[in-house]
Design a protein around this ligand. Structure first.
Ligand code: TRP
Length: 459
């Protein structure tokens, strides 16, 4: 079946850097802080940490195992591991769905990645200087209302990602993360230092780590699980594909813990870069998505060296976004290349072309097409434009479905000996604990969340 010999990561460390690059993205730096803000701080952080440990790490292990077991692209992995089972054609579909989901995510992610590039440019050229409150809102609205601006920067992010992908695993992905990840960590450390210097650290500690237990409810769990899935790049073919390039001698459980730890660490640290600035300036915490693109620019403008740090901040976001977009783009390319119809270069171009059209629709959905609400099968989606819809269906719905399917597949369908051997934990307590979680804990919880997703307002 396979026409092309798959490239591999050159080492466990190379994989780890790439997988952390995938996990650390807009989800950590842009989304995590505002979700924490909206959900009351410490209570959310606590539930989030629990979700990462209980479902997150076992699921990362599960998806890496499905990917590495036969060292083939995601759809083939599902097909080969269900060889001889009656349900094989269903599992092919599951593989297909896991490859489609990241493309749906990219349909909106590329647009936001474009915003970050645009902001780097805007600060660099002084367009965000000397603004007062309200004016940054205007700058943001102007961007949203300009199809040309949105499409220009979105196109740039598609081109950068496509270029990296077309060069392959070692010369493309590995090289990119080798450059971008160290810069990302350096900028993050600088920003936290800068924030600490300007005060507000004590309040941030208190806000993030003093849980108000009364604020914990089903909605917190729902939000935390969604956030953890997205942040850990679960419920899609990303981890399957990155796992398939992982050399056999590297320990999957160790890698999974490393990725989860680094991802969570960066999310928390991002809180420490942003919240102190918010507290010292007496700004509201629950400004939602506006936090980063509307609230922060006002403050950067007023702080000493704010312009420099503003540029660094949006560069950080851009780097984090690019190392994630490559991981969302790779699964489809890996599958196409395997079929032998396209070379990697052609496959990157075909996928990139399709994604450009999809992200283009997203960009237009905030201006020219803002009155177009493509589907209206229920109240929740009736008023949505294309960008919101893509996010809702792929990042909220399909990710949960794919995660549930991966857990059922490895827990209930694939022979036990396959995961036993691949995880290399021996047949002891650790392996049994992992298996228990993916057989009996993940399916009911994910199933419940999916029912809630379909039925909306269930909780
Ligand atoms: N984890 C990334 C973030 O936090 C986004 C991402 C990359 C992703 N690959 C994924 C999300 C696969 C879901 C599935 O921004």
């Amino acid at each position: 079946m396979s026409h092309v010999k798959q490239e591999k990561w050159s080492s466990g460390t190379a994989f780890l850097l790439a997988a952390i690059g995938s996990a650390v993205g807009l989800g950590n730096i842009y989304r995590f802080p505002y979700v924490v803000g909206e959900n009351g701080g410490g209570a959310f952080v606590l539930v989030y940490l629990a979700v990462v440990i209980v479902f997150g790490i076992p699921l990362v292990m599960t998806e890496l195992t499905i990917g590495r077991r036969r060292q083939v692209p995601p759809i083939t992995a599902y097909v080969q591991l269900s060889e001889g089972k009656k349900s094989q054609s269903f599992w092919r579909l599951a593989g297909f769905s896991s490859v489609l989901t990241p493309l749906g995510i990219l349909g909106f992610y590329f647009v936001i990645a474009g915003w970050t590039l645009n902001y780097v440019y805007s600060i660099l050229t002084g367009q965000l200087n000397n603004l007062v409150e309200g004016q940054t809102q205007q700058v943001f609205n102007d961007m949203m209302e300009s199809p040309a601006t949105l499409i220009f920067w979105m196109t740039l992010s598609v081109l950068i990602t496509g270029f990296i992908i077309s060069r392959g695993i070692k010369a493309g992905l590995e090289k990119a993360v080798n450059i971008l990840m160290p810069m990302l960590f350096m900028i993050l450390v600088l920003l936290v230092g800068y924030s600490a210097f300007n005060g507000g650290m004590a309040e941030t500690f208190e806000f993030m780590f003093t849980p108000d237990f009364e604020k914990i409810n089903m909605k917190t769990l729902l939000e935390a699980t969604g956030q953890a899935f997205f942040s850990l790049s679960l419920g899609s073919a990303t981890m399957l594909v990155y796992g398939s390039y992982l050399p056999k001698e590297v320990s999957i459980p160790k890698m999974a813990c490393g990725v989860a730890f680094a991802d969570t660490f960066v999310a928390l640290i991002s809180g420490f870069a942003i919240f102190p600035i918010i507290f010292t300036n007496g700004l509201p915490l629950d400004s939602g998505p506006n936090l980063v693109f509307v609230t922060l620019p006002v403050i950067f403008d007023q702080m000493p060296f704010g312009q420099v740090f503003g540029i660094l901040f949006f560069l950080l976001l851009a780097f984090a976004a690019i190392t994630s977009t490559i991981s969302l783009y790779e699964p489809a390319v890996s599958n196409l290349e395997e079929r032998g119809i396209f070379s990697r270069k052609k496959a990157s171009m075909v996928v990139g072309g399709g994604l450009w059209c999809l992200a283009g629709l997203s960009a237009l959905s905030m201006n020219v097409l803002s009155d177009w609400h493509p589907v209206g099968f229920n109240e929740t989606v009736a008023g949505m434009n294309i960008m919101d819809l893509l996010e809702y269906l792929s990042a909220n719905g399909m990710m949960l479905v794919n995660g549930l399917l991966a857990a059922i597949f490895l827990g209930w369908i694939v022979n036990r000996s396959e995961s036993l051997e691949e995880l290399g934990l021996g047949d002891g307590k650790l392996y049994k604990f992992w298996r228990f979680i993916i057989k009996y804990v993940v399916p009911p919880v994910a199933g419940y969340l999916i029912i809630d997703f379909i039925g909306y307002g269930f909780i």
